[in-house]
Design a protein around this ligand. Sequence first.
Ligand code: SF4
Ligand code: SF4
Length: 249
Amino acid sequence: MEGKAFFIDTTLCIGCRACQIACKQWNQLPATKTENRGGFQNPADLSFYTYKLVRFFEQRGDDGKPVWYFFPDQCRHCLEPPCKEIPEDPDAIMIDQLTGAVLYTDKLKKENSQDVRDSCPYDIPRAENGTGYMAKCTMCVDRVHNGLLPACVKVCPTGAMNFGDYDAMVKLANRRLEEVGEKHPKAKLIGVEDTRVFWLLADKPEKYFDYAKSLIKPRGIDRKTALKKIARPLKELSREWQMLKGLAG
Ligand code: SF4
Ligand code: SF4
């Protein structure tokens, strides 16, 4: 398969949300006002200003101890995107030649925004209040075209976020599925057949969004090390932003 893909290994995710912050930083998106909803996921949902959201919830495992569910959510960059079928103008939503990324353009009319959102099987794209303009993950094509990793992948301290050639990501995903088999016998890959974002889940997919009994435990990284691993790439993102946007200007 041509193009690129993400592989998100949730068995390695520690819910640090560095990927979420890096996405905001690179795309120069404003912070979202949040409130205490009794959990640690913040903000509550994706929005016009939040393209990437680490969904998480605290639950009790079979042994009665608290366990975490983490699901870094974003546009799947579907191989045959249903959202692209909605606008009459075929150029309103483009497929990037190099990567296969699904990209929204300013030709996307606000009248289409509800239908575009409704067409997405994963409820990803969001319209801006008042304008109807739509936004979602861009696969950081501006970075990828310049040989850089997507911002979320660059900052992930555990190796949960991966990005590369589609076939290489499929290979990596299958290798990891095998590796975690003993620890997570119900582990499963989702998204490989029809999208450019695949996840390794430790349990049945429906258990993630239902916040059921999946046991996803982070693999040995302490808070201090994680913070250290996040700080440098976040600083580098600023430098890269100046470099690429400066070049474009
Ligand atoms: S996940 Fe939704 S928004 Fe993204 S390409 Fe697929 S249909 Fe479109
Ligand atoms: S940066 Fe990596 S470890 Fe942290 S929440 Fe995102 S995917 Fe998980």
